[in-house]
Design a protein around this ligand. Structure first.
Ligand code: HEC
Length: 144
């Protein structure tokens, strides 16, 4: 897990709640105080959701693929003629999809392909992005 740095945000609203509760001498909150406490909690929740996208976020993989991979592999995984001539295969190819294991796709993305234009993306992508890209490349295939 990455440290999202949100731990301070999580404790602060609880402390506010405790302090105000003891000052007023009761556990009841006015709705105005509830709103004051709830706002930072929601902000922290939203920040946590943005900081740790799950690998199931297909939209993320699509965006990364479009930006970093599509120039060579094509928007739909089908390279244009120039890149096809360079040996870039189509991810739409059923044979390739069947013959290629997830681990091989992941290794190609992480390590690149020696002697080709396929560079290593290890440093550019997070683990989540690599995993999401493998799944995304699967969706480009013709299916069962
Ligand atoms: C500069 C052009 C270029 C870019 C950008 C690029 N690739 Fe490649 N890619 C290639 C070439 C060339 C190959 C080699 C084709 C081969 O040897 O089969 C390749 C091969 C691959 C393979 C292996 C295919 C196989 O045969 O197993 C995968 C998987 C792959 N790329 C995924 C990606 C992903 C994901 C991205 C974006 C993060 C990306 N590529 C970006 C050019 C590129």
């Amino acid at each position: 897990m990455r440290n999202t740095g949100n731990s301070a945000d999580w404790t602060t609203p609880a402390q506010v709640l405790e302090n105000e509760g003891s000052n007023e001498g009761g556990p009841f909150m006015t709705s105005r105080r509830l709103a004051l406490v709830a706002a930072p909690v929601l902000t922290a929740l939203a920040a946590a959701a943005l900081a740790a996208p799950s690998p199931a976020f297909g939209a993320d993989a699509a965006a990364v693929f479009k930006k970093k991979c599509a120039p060579c592999h094509g928007k739909e995984g089908q390279p244009n003629k120039i890149f096809a001539k360079q040996g870039v295969r189509s991810f739409k190819d059923a044979e390739w999809q069947k013959a290629t294991k997830d681990a091989q796709i992941e290794e190609s993305i992480r390590m690149g392909k020696k002697g080709t234009m396929m560079a290593s993306f290890e440093k550019q992508l997070s683990d989540e992005e690599v995993t999401a890209l493998v799944a995304y490349i699967r969706t480009l295939g013709p299916g069962e």
